[in-house]
Design a protein around this ligand. Structure first.
Ligand SMILES: [Zn+2]
Length: 333
C-alpha cells in the first residue's frame, strides 16, 4: 500500500492516469487498473519500476551504511545490523546479508551506491567480490563485474583467489539422487562448457548423462532392435531422426518471433512442437511440421489454436515433448 502511495506521490504514473492521480489506490484497485494497461504501457511501466527498485535498493544501502556508522541498531535494541535488517526491516537472511555487505563496502567505497542505482552492478556480484577487494584492485575489479551475471562474477572471483583442488566426493542424497563433486583442469572445464553449449544444457547433469550415454553406446555390446515399418500408422511421437534434424536446423533455440519482430531464442525448457497439431492431422515424421519452442511459447501456440480450456490454467504446464523427458535418453527412442 505504501509503495503505491509513494509511486503516486512521486508522479510515476502518467498525467492521463486519472485513477491514480486523484486518490490513493487500493491494492485491489491497482490490480484491476493494471489489467487495463496496453502491452506497451505494461512493458514500459515494468522497466521504470525495475529502475525504481534499483534506486530504492541503492538508497537503502546508503542509509544502512550510516546506521552502521552510528551503531544505532544497538541503541534500537538489536544485537547486530543483521538482526535489525531481518527483524525490523523484514528482509530474508540472504537479502539482509547482501545489503549489509554492500553497505560495509560503501563505507570504504562510496561510489558503489551509484553503481547499484544505475544497475551496473547487482547486489549479488558485489557480495561475491567484496572479500577479495583491496585498495589496489578495487577500481579494476568493480569495473570488471559491471553488467556481469553471477556465473561470470564467480569466474572473476576464482581468478582473484585461486583455491586448491578438492578430492572427489560422491554423496547419496536420496534413493533417486546422488551428488558428485570433483575437480577438473581448465582444459576439461572448457570441454565441458563447450559440450553444455552444444546441447544447450542448463545443468551439468544433462551433459554428464549425454556423455556417459554416448560412451556406453559406443563401448557396450549392441542389442538388436526390431525396426518398425515406417509410415504405416501415424504416430504422435516424434522420431529421433526428426528431432535431431529440427534441433540443428533451429539451432537449439526457441523459434518464436514476437509481434515486434523480436525472436525469443530461449535455450531452456525447449519442446518439440507440431506446427500443424497432431490432433488436427499434423505429422510427427516430417521435420517441416516440427519446430523448437520453449514451454512458454508452446503453450501460447496451443492456446491460440485450442483455446484456454484445452491448455489449462496458465503456468500449469502442458504435456509437451520436453527434451529432458523424451530425448536425452537414447534408451527410450
Ligand atoms: Zn520462446
Amino acid at each position: 500500500m505504501e509503495l503505491f502511495r509513494g509511486v503516486d506521490r512521486i508522479r510515476y504514473m502518467d498525467d492521463n492516469d486519472k485513477l491514480l492521480s486523484t486518490r490513493v489506490v487500493q491494492v485491489h484497485d491497482l490490480t484491476a487498473w493494471v489489467s487495463e494497461l496496453t502491452d506497451g504501457q505494461l512493458r514500459d511501466r515494468l522497466r521504470r519500476l525495475a529502475a525504481l527498485g534499483r534506486q530504492t535498493t541503492a538508497a537503502l544501502v546508503a542509509h544502512l551504511c550510516e546506521l552502521d556508522n552510528r551503531r544505532l541498531y544497538a541503541e534500537f535494541g538489536f544485537e547486530s545490523l543483521f538482526s535489525y535488517c531481518v527483524r525490523e526491516l523484514g528482509f530474508s537472511d540472504a537479502a539482509a546479508y547482501r545489503r549489509i555487505s554492500a553497505a560495509r563496502l560503501a563505507a570504504a567505497l562510496p561510489g558503489v551506491i551509484q553503481l547499484l542505482a544505475d544497475g551496473r552492478i547487482h547486489l549479488e556480484a558485489l557480495t561475491l567480490v567484496r572479500p577479495h577487494l583491496t585498495a589496489e584492485n578495487s577500481a579494476r575489479v568493480l569495473a570488471s563485474i559491471e553488467h556481469k551475471s553471477r556465473k561470470e562474477v564467480e569466474k572473476i572471483v576464482a581468478e582473484l583467489a585461486p583455491k586448491a583442488d578438492r578430492p572427489d566426493r560422491v554423496r547419496s542424497l536420496s534413493p533417486e539422487r546422488t551428488s558428485f563433486s570433483f575437480t577438473v583442469s581448465a582444459a576439461v572445464a572448457a570441454r565441458i562448457e563447450e559440450a553444455m553449449d552444444l546441447i544447450k544444457a542448463t545443468r551439468l547433469e544433462e551433459v554428464i548423462e549425454a556423455a556417459v550415454d554416448a560412451l556406453l553406446n559406443a563401448k557396450r555390446p549392441k542389442v538388436r532392435t526390431r525396426a518398425m515399418p515406417r509410415g504405416v500408422t501415424r504416430r504422435r511421437r516424434i522420431p529421433r531422426r526428426v528431432r535431431s534434424i529440427v534441433w540443428f536446423r533451429d539451432g537449439g533455440r526457441c523459434t518464436f518471433v514476437g509481434k515486434d519482430g523480436e525472436g525469443c531464442q530461449a535455450a531452456r525448457y525447449l519442446e518439440f512442437d507440431h506446427i500443424r497439431p497432431w490432433a488436427l492431422g499434423g505429422r510427427s515424421d516430417d521435420p517441416e511440421n516440427i519446430r523448437l519452442l520453449c514451454r512458454t511459447h508452446n503453450q501460447l501456440a496451443a492456446r491460440k489454436i485450442f483455446g484456454e480450456a484445452a491448455v489449462g490454467p496458465r503456468n500449469a504446464g502442458v504435456g509437451g515433448q520436453t527434451l529432458v523427458d523424451k530425448s536425452s535418453s537414447p534408451d527410450r527412442a
